[in-house]
Design a protein around this ligand. Sequence first.
Ligand code: CDP
Length: 228
Amino acid sequence: MIKKQITIAIDGYSACGKSTLAKDLAKKLSFIFIDSGAMYRGVALYCLQNNLFNADGTPKQVEIIQALKNITLSFQLINDNNCLILNGKNVEELIRGTEVAAVVSKIATIKEVRVKLVMKQQIMGANGGIVMEGRDIGSVVFPKAEFKLFITASQEIRAQRRYLELKSKGIEAKINEISSNLAERDLMDSSRKESPLIQVADAIVMDNSKLTREEQLDFVLNLIRNLV
Ligand code: CDP
């Protein structure tokens, strides 16, 4: 049976398993999967590599806005892994590190950065059949998405999950530092002026603190049964 090419928007706090669920769903439905956070991480990496932060850690806004025309982002499937390509280079590993995590939410507050990335995300999802995850997908990128999910999980569990994820990639980080980074980003993401992280009224809320990977997938598949 041919599936309806709907748009699935997943939003939520840092490290609550949005990517895992979005990937699993996309695979199950043969939809495209887009991790919009990877794109913000890509711009943040470019800024780190090109000295676009002031000594006090604030982004050099004017220079960054000017540099946006030099930043090209795309995704490529390499060894079954969806990798972010920044100006022709696979930066998937680099964007997951703690250096990028420490600055990405500052970059994500810049309006012009958001306008550029949102436009690209809307083009990628123009034909539907997509699962996109991030912070503003149900509110700004695809406000008309057929299915919207807002994920949450306890801070402790999220820090633990991110710790294990980084460890499996060979990245060493302290759990208390990860936890502070998540809290800091959640606060910045929820309180920024430009498209803050919000739970839209038509989103279904899922707390996955106590759900396994399979359970969270089943939960959503059940909910969208009549939509696809
Ligand atoms: O994987 P994790 O939940 O840690 O974060 P991410 O999805 O990779 O996103 C990294 C950062 O990008 C977030 O903390 C936000 O500051 C920003 N972001 C955003 O502003 N809007 C999005 N749609 C996605 C990410």
